[in-house]
Write a protein that binds this ligand. Sequence first.
Ligand SMILES: NC(=O)C1=CN([C@@H]2O[C@H](COP(=O)(O)OP(=O)(O)OC[C@H]3O[C@@H](n4cnc5c(N)ncnc54)[C@H](O)[C@@H]3O)[C@@H](O)[C@H]2O)C=CC1
Ligand SMILES: O=C(O)[C@H]1O[C@H](OP(=O)(O)OP(=O)(O)OC[C@H]2O[C@@H](n3ccc(=O)[nH]c3=O)[C@H](O)[C@@H]2O)[C@H](O)[C@@H](O)[C@@H]1O
Length: 448
Amino acid sequence: MGAKVAVIGAGYVGLTTAACLSSLGHKVVCADVDQEKVDALRRGEATIREPGICELVVDGLASRRLEFVLGASAAAAGADIVILCVPTPMGATGAADLRALESVVTELRELLPPGCVVVNKSTVPVGTAARVAGLIDRADVAVVSNPEFLREGFAVHDFLNPDRIVVGSSDRDPAPARRVAELYGKLDTAVLVTDSASAEMIKYASNCYLATRLSFVNTVAELCEYLDASIDDVTAGMGYDGRIGDAFLRPGPGWGGSCLPKDTFALLRTAESAGSDFALLRAAIETNVKQQELVVGKVRKAVGGDLAGARIGLLGLTFKAGTDDLRDSPALAVARRLAAEGAELSGYDPSVHAPVAGVTDDVRITGTAYHAANGAAAIVLLTEWPEFRDLDWARIADRLGGSSVIDTRNLLDPPTVTRTGLAYQGIGRPDSAGTPLSRTADMVGQVG
Ligand SMILES: NC(=O)C1=CN([C@@H]2O[C@H](COP(=O)(O)OP(=O)(O)OC[C@H]3O[C@@H](n4cnc5c(N)ncnc54)[C@H](O)[C@@H]3O)[C@@H](O)[C@H]2O)C=CC1
Ligand SMILES: O=C(O)[C@H]1O[C@H](OP(=O)(O)OP(=O)(O)OC[C@H]2O[C@@H](n3ccc(=O)[nH]c3=O)[C@H](O)[C@@H]2O)[C@H](O)[C@@H](O)[C@@H]1O
């Protein structure tokens, strides 16, 4: 029989956790403080853009294994396991802001049923499980760390097909950790049971490694431009090495999103507090800022050196393709820098249909990519939405006032663009058509 689970927070992680656990046979009550969100979810409407989530919510409601309530207190009664999925954003110092987490824990401490397990699924600094246990201060309630590794845009897939489940428990009693691991019993994956501090560290180390890897790749791409090498072929060649692997090697306008930026800063602060200088991580963060400047430099150069009054079209605003999430988007960071130099920006994103106050203020949102190109001196592709590959570049060329296309995701086929008379620049790619981009791939094809 499934467990009785309360999930606190119905965002990307909370809603995915609630919907997926109910699909695995558990009885789940999911709480949020946002009345509109709770109402929409009760009607079976997905509140996040994630493939498969809507179907799971509808199935969960129909089977009565999934319920949505307003406020954490309403979810806790009768729960065997309470999973905390509230935000842990970057605080003023760069450290994780734990106020939402602490307020939920304080709200719930008296209400938790005896014998229940509180699970930290939010990304929290090392030591937080111990801190939460201290706040709850009850011998009959255990606290377990169970970090989440899902990616936005693949949330349901990643939750149901995880590379690993990590469960951390400082309790001398292994039973609470086992109960949490059993939630995922139907999934065929590695389960690592460890202490809480290690579990918390695994999450930060993973995200910070990914961020560092991207800063490394972006730097290699920059070097490729100086040396007339092709980053496409370089990363392809690196990726054949099983120790390196071919995932997460695409250069771009810098990494962003709701987690990598805040988690890199948070680990840096954690290291500082521990008296350790994590110079490599600091360099990864600095390199990421430099990457945005590098993109701005390419645009500045494309318009003749002065961005003041230059009209620039932007393709893509979200932090990556496949999501509607604009949090810490490198596309918007680049837009902010361009606007600060006086550029007038029009932008199109398939998942952004209206301006978002305080977020997209630098950009006039357009309904199509072609409208974003109207009269622009240059067009800058910032998010790798696949549909941008299929644009009619002759039509874009007709609409542009200038002739520059800057592809910060190396998404486009350069000859397709340059054939229309436009000038193409990627990241770490030879600048024009007739490049050796596919030469190596062809050779590999012939040999193998
Ligand atoms: N977004 C992602 O891809 C991943 C996020 N994480 C971590 O998971 C945590 C949550 O992140 P997201 O789901 O992205 O955040 P989110 O912002 O999408 O969702 C958080 C939800 O919690 C609700 N909430 C806030 N205070 C509450 C309270 N007192 N009671 C009940 N609900 C409350 C908010 O209204 C919101 O709906 C963070 O620590 C994040 O670092 C971990 C892995 C992946
Ligand atoms: O803790 C989290 O929230 C999550 O953060 C990331 O997931 P996500 O934020 O959804 O985004 P990623 O797919 O990792 O991309 C992050 C950024 O790196 C960029 N990126 C990614 C891959 C790549 O090859 N090149 C590249 O520039 C993306 O465009 C994006 O801006 C991690 O991949 C998840 O494992 C983790 O659970």
